[in-house]
Design a protein around this ligand. Structure first.
Ligand SMILES: Cc1cc2nc3c(=O)[nH]c(=O)nc-3n(C[C@H](O)[C@H](O)[C@H](O)COP(=O)(O)OP(=O)(O)OC[C@H]3O[C@@H](n4cnc5c(N)ncnc54)[C@H](O)[C@@H]3O)c2cc1C
Length: 294
């Protein structure tokens, strides 16, 4: 199908983009990589009267790495974040998760910020932001605001972004030292949306005992679902943790839905199996990173 008619705007600066969006008074949609919006237009699941293309706003192309966080601008592509050596050094989870986002051609065009604003519960990057406790920076003609991830995802395909706002960047905080991460998922074919996927994070203390362990799941609820296992496995040495108990706990917490790809029961089963493996892998990653740093 072809999209219904729309007017196309291509501002050169953020200020211009925000002015155009304000004048459109809720009738305009931001176009970033177009990897979700264009298919939706073609299928007429979205029919905005105006598209505001932000791809010329080179000020939003940045990927900033500081000792505390990685901040990704709104037109940085998934592939640029995935291949940023600076980001990989401090936050390997970004590359671990991004390698599962669709296919390279889609990652060359789609943006990490767009994926987060799009708020698909099957998307990897919303869960990465939730696992790390990050935030989204939003701007409009009335000013800017930062929304913590816990307040950002409202429902499937619904984020806290208001009409007239551009998400200018997302900030992924860097976890404490001695932290390891892992991303695991099961999909029908590599590059497909996951039937179940999760990011796991384990932090160890100086004696290699677990001080934090949690995981965030995709396709297990209407928004990213985070489960904290610290109480269950904390205080134990990383190699004596009861990961099987963590895997069992997950089954009673997640509430997956059934669809054409998998039953709810199968998704719940996957969540349990992948949880044990991912937490163990994250703990091993934490040990490896601790040894490299020593
Ligand atoms: C075949 C295929 C397979 C895919 N598989 C996966 C997958 O496995 N995992 C996954 O996570 N994703 C997948 N995607 C989606 C991909 O990751 C998209 O790139 C991403 O969801 C949206 O980013 P985008 O830059 O393309 O946004 P767009 O498509 O341009 O926009 C998406 C939505 O977000 C809004 N938006 C975008 N940027 C901003 C902004 N800065 N400020 C305000 N609003 C904004 C738009 O108005 C629109 O509503 C797939 C896409 C395709 C086509």
């Amino acid at each position: 199908m072809k999209p219904s008619a729309f007017e196309y705007h291509r501002p050169e600066t953020l200020e211009e983009a925000l002015t155009v969006l304000a004048e459109l008074d809720g009738d305009g949609k931001v176009l970033a990589g177009g990897q979700s919006l264009v298919p939706m237009l073609n299928m007429r699941l979205a029919a905005p009267a105006h598209l505001v293309d932000i791809n010329r706003l080179s000020e939003l192309a940045r990927i900033d790495v500081t000792p505390d966080a990685v901040t990704v601008g709104a037109i940085a592509r998934h592939a640029e974040v995935e291949h940023s050596a600076d980001a990989e050094r401090v936050l390997p989870l970004l590359r671990q998760a991004l390698s599962h986002v669709a296919h390279p051609t889609i990652r060359n065009r789609g943006t990490t910020v767009g994926s987060i604003v799009h708020a698909d519960p099957a998307g990897e990057m919303p869960s990465v932001l939730a696992l790390l406790g990050g935030s989204v920076q939003l701007a409009s003609v009335s000013g800017s605001r930062a929304v913590p991830v816990d307040d950002f995802f409202l429902a499937p395909l619904e984020s806290a972004t208001r009409p007239g706002e551009v998400a200018t960047s997302v900030t992924f905080p860097i976890p404490p030292p001695h932290t390891g991460t892992a991303w695991l998922e099961v999909s029908r074919r590599h590059g497909d949306y996951a039937m179940c996927g999760l990011g796991a994070l384990v932090t160890l203390d100086e004696d290699l005992r677990i001080s934090a362990a949690r995981a965030t799941y995709v396709s297990m609820g209407p928004t990213p679902v985070t489960v904290d296992f610290t109480e269950l496995v904390g205080g134990r040495s990383y190699d004596a943790a009861d990961w099987a108990a963590a895997a069992r706990l997950v089954g009673s917490v997640v509430e997956p839905e059934e669809d054409i790809h998998a039953t709810a029961e199968y998704r719940r089963h996957l969540a349990g199996v992948l949880t044990g493996r991912a937490l163990k892998a994250a703990a091993a990653h934490a040990v490896a990173r601790t040894e490299v740093a020593a």
